[in-house]
Each structure stands twice: as structure tokens, then as C-alpha cells.
Design a protein around this ligand. Structure first.
Ligand SMILES: [Zn+2]
Length: 132
């Protein structure tokens, strides 16, 4: 399955990488990547799938603010700290569809996108599976 980066601009800046120990005690590991972006940057779906709600995970160390979760055959994709969402529960999404815009909602200090990928209850470093 091909997975693309949800941000199309030539960004360089990650404000927080996957696996960072956020509390320096190993109790709050960052299980996604935060991309530092201007507010309103378009966010595109990394995969085809369906928008879901009611997602449950043991990983909820802080508020995602406004977020979208898309379930594909294999993976869950989480897009958080959004300023705008253009999709709601049940929408069928194609890879590359515009699903929202970046914001600064939830536990977020700067306009950014938090992007997580989950499979079988495990979070995967997006950098390992995003097409280069
Ligand atoms: Zn994050």
C-alpha cells in the first residue's frame, strides 16, 4: 500500500519527532510526528480509507484538539491539531484528498500537524513507511 506525506509543501521542520520522550521519564512517548507549519496549510490524506469516530487507544497523553482519523485496510491515520476539517464520519477518502488545514488546537504550542499511523494497536514511525 502506498502512503504519501500529508503535507505537500517542501517542509523541513519537525517540531517533535516520533519516539521522543516528552516527560523525560519514559511515560509520555510521542507516537507520531509533529510538522511545524503555517496556520492554514492544506492537509491531504496519506491513504485512501474511511473517516471514523469513536476511536479508542491507550495512547491519549494529551489533547489532539480538532482531529481526523481515517481507517484504511491496514492502518489508522491520525491528523491532529487541525484548524479546519473538511470531512466527517463515514466519508470515503481517496489518497491525496484535501481533508483539512493546519491549526493550533489542543495541546499545541505552534500551528502544526500531528500525524500518527497505527496498525494492530501499535504506532509506526511514519517516516518508515511514507513514500519518499
Ligand atoms: Zn504530536
Amino acid at each position: 500500500m502506498n502512503i504519501t506525506n500529508p503535507i505537500k509543501i517542501d517542509f523541513k521542520s519537525k517540531s517533535l519527532d516520533f519516539g521522543v520522550d516528552m516527560d523525560n521519564k519514559g511515560k509520555l512517548i510521542h507516537l507520531g510526528i509533529d510538522y511545524l507549519l503555517e496556520k492554514g496549510t492544506p492537509v491531504y490524506s496519506a491513504s485512501s480509507g474511511k473517516v471514523i469516530t469513536g476511536f479508542r487507544s491507550s495512547y491519549n497523553p494529551y489533547s489532539f484538539g480538532s482531529f481526523v482519523i481515517i481507517k484504511s485496510k491496514e492502518y489508522y491515520f491520525i491528523y491532529a491539531h487541525l484548524g479546519k476539517r473538511y470531512v466527517t464520519e463515514g466519508h470515503e477518502i481517496q489518497k491525496g484528498d484535501l481533508i483539512g488545514r493546519t491549526g493550533n488546537t489542543g495541546y499545541s504550542y505552534n500551528p502544526s500537524l500531528h500525524f500518527s499511523i497505527m496498525k494492530d494497536d501499535f504506532y509506526i514511525n511514519p517516516d518508515l513507511i511514507i513514500e519518499k
